[in-house]
Design a protein around this ligand. Structure first.
Ligand SMILES: *[C@@H]1O[C@H](CO)[C@@H](O)[C@H](O)[C@H]1NC(C)=O
Ligand SMILES: *[C@@H]1O[C@H](CO)[C@@H](O)[C@H](O)[C@H]1NC(C)=O
Ligand SMILES: *[C@@H]1O[C@H](CO)[C@@H](O)[C@H](O)[C@H]1NC(C)=O
Ligand SMILES: *[C@@H]1O[C@H](CO)[C@@H](O)[C@H](O)[C@H]1NC(C)=O
Ligand SMILES: *[C@@H]1O[C@H](CO)[C@@H](O)[C@H](O)[C@H]1NC(C)=O
Ligand SMILES: *[C@@H]1O[C@H](CO)[C@@H](O)[C@H](O)[C@H]1NC(C)=O
Length: 382
């Protein structure tokens, strides 16, 4: 199956149909995040209990699920900056979700499909690299991940019914935080063959899948949701390395305007969906966090964060300007790897370095990009 590191791309198609962004577009995006519609109930947790987190998504938050599912033998340098061995994360170290778990003082989420060494007492991670929302019935679309969650829940409750130690009980499922970070692969796949206007027209069925996931979980008792938007797709070396006729689609930071514009439009629609669901599910808390401005800022203000290379991969092939070649990935024996990943925003052309993920997590934890502005750890203080 296609991974987001290797979607076949039709090289010129992404350059069609773009038009210039209004100069204040980013300011507008940030401003749109500010108003709070309703006072949220806020997350809560049983006294004395640790937070439980269930996560659904793609490689941005896959802590080893795809490697386990496919039996992939992931090689170094994956993991080198933190775990010191490959874990199935596509990163030199920790992902954003790992930093979010650290902020709750819980252990990193075990992939649902990882048979050995997993511990599900703090939740489970259903995210799988390359996942999309559509088509919904293929492994490992969002819908399948949600079905896997119900399988997990039913087995856990069954064990407890039999007097055996199930990892999570009914109250744990009710109080858990349900996180979703998906859409990047859907938007990228559309941009690889359709002009911008037609891409945006295809967002509603993608959003309907995210809505269905939230509603199905809610219908089964979930009450705490944390939804991430998509990132600055036009700043990814994978997209920038697609041959183009000229540089007219590049913005002043060297990112592709069309991709970023699509990401911003997707996030605006996802944010509206979350507002609408919050209004309907008055006894639930649904936090939408727009990670686009955080990820764009990494590139636009890279020197502020100590990055020398905002648009070039640490692990890749080809050298300047992007060090990315779709046929020679970071996992290829011919790939080259930089000495110091903390000087790079992009690890492998698609995924960020641990250093960049730490900054993304700090942005999320600031709640500046969330609405309502609830702190991430609010849902389950222990
Ligand atoms: C995590 O632990 C730190 C240090 O003990 C503490 O300050 C913080 O409040 C804890 N966070 C949560 C969410 O429990
Ligand atoms: C699983 O994690 C929990 C919480 O961190 C810990 O209390 C428990 O001992 C762990 N179980 C095993 C078998 O390691
Ligand atoms: C609960 O989950 C099941 C399994 O996905 C689903 O068929 C059902 O519609 C959900 N219940 C509600 C009330 O949403
Ligand atoms: C640059 O390429 C775009 C898309 O291929 C084209 O529409 C535009 O006219 C080109 N601009 C210049 C200055 O050649
Ligand atoms: C860059 O940083 C400055 C100062 O913190 C901030 O005002 C600006 O919005 C940032 N630019 C982007 C594109 O995020
Ligand atoms: C990728 O690398 C191969 C092998 O060096 C080369 O033949 C090919 O042209 C490169 N592709 C691009 C898009 O640079």
């Amino acid at each position: 199956m296609a991974m987001d590191r290797g979607h076949p791309l039709s090289p010129m198609s992404a350059a069609r149909g773009w038009s210039a962004l209004p100069p204040l577009w980013l300011a507008l995006v940030l401003a749109a995040v500010v108003p709070l519609t309703a006072a949220a109930a806020g997350f809560s947790c049983r006294p004395g209990y640790r937070p439980v987190v269930f996560n659904f998504g793609d490689s941005n938050s896959d802590t080893g699920g795809m490697a386990a599912a496919m039996g992939w033998h992931i090689r170094p340098p994956e993991g080198r900056a933190f775990f010191h061995h490959p874990t199935g994360r596509f990163c030199d170290g920790r992902l954003t979700i790992d930093f979010l778990c650290e902020s709750l003082n819980i252990s990193y989420l075990s992939p649902y499909l990882k048979a050995l060494g997993s511990n599900y007492s703090n939740g489970a991670n259903f995210a799988i690299s390359g996942s999309m929302t559509l088509p919904r019935d293929v492994a490992f679309a969002l819908h399948i991940q949600v079905q896997q969650f119900f399988y997990f829940r039913d087995r856990s409750l069954e064990l407890i019914d039999q007097g055996l130690p199930g990892p999570i009980d009914a109250e744990g499922f009710r109080n858990a935080l349900y996180m979703i970070d998906i859409g990047q692969n859907d938007v990228n796949a559309l941009l690889s063959y359709l002009p911008y206007d037609q891409v945006v027209a295809k967002f509603p069925p993608i959003l309907a899948e995210i809505q269905d996931a939230i509603q199905t979980l809610y219908g089964n008792g979930s009450r705490n949701f944390w939804i991430h938007g998509t990132g600055a797709l036009g700043c990814l070396p994978q997209k920038l390395s697609i041959p183009r006729k000229n540089d007219s689609d590049l913005d002043p930071n060297g990112c592709l305007k069309t991709y970023n514009r699509a990401a911003v439009a997707f996030n605006a629609a996802l944010g509206s969906l979350c507002d609408q669901l919050s209004a309907q599910m008055t006894d639930a808390t649904i936090v939408y966090t727009d990670v686009f401005p955080i990820k764009y800022d990494l590139v636009a203000n890279h020197t502020k964060y100590g990055f020398d290379q905002p648009l070039m991969t640490c692990c890749g092939y080809g050298g300047q300007p992007y060090n990315y070649n779709i046929s020679i990935s970071c996992q290829s024996k011919s790939a080259t790897v930089c000495d110091d990943g903390s000087k790079y925003v992009s690890w492998d052309g698609v995924h960020l370095t641990e250093a960049a993920n730490a900054i993304v997590a700090a942005g999320i934890l600031s709640s500046e990009y969330s609405r309502p502005k609830i702190k991430f750890d609010q849902f389950c203080k222990v």
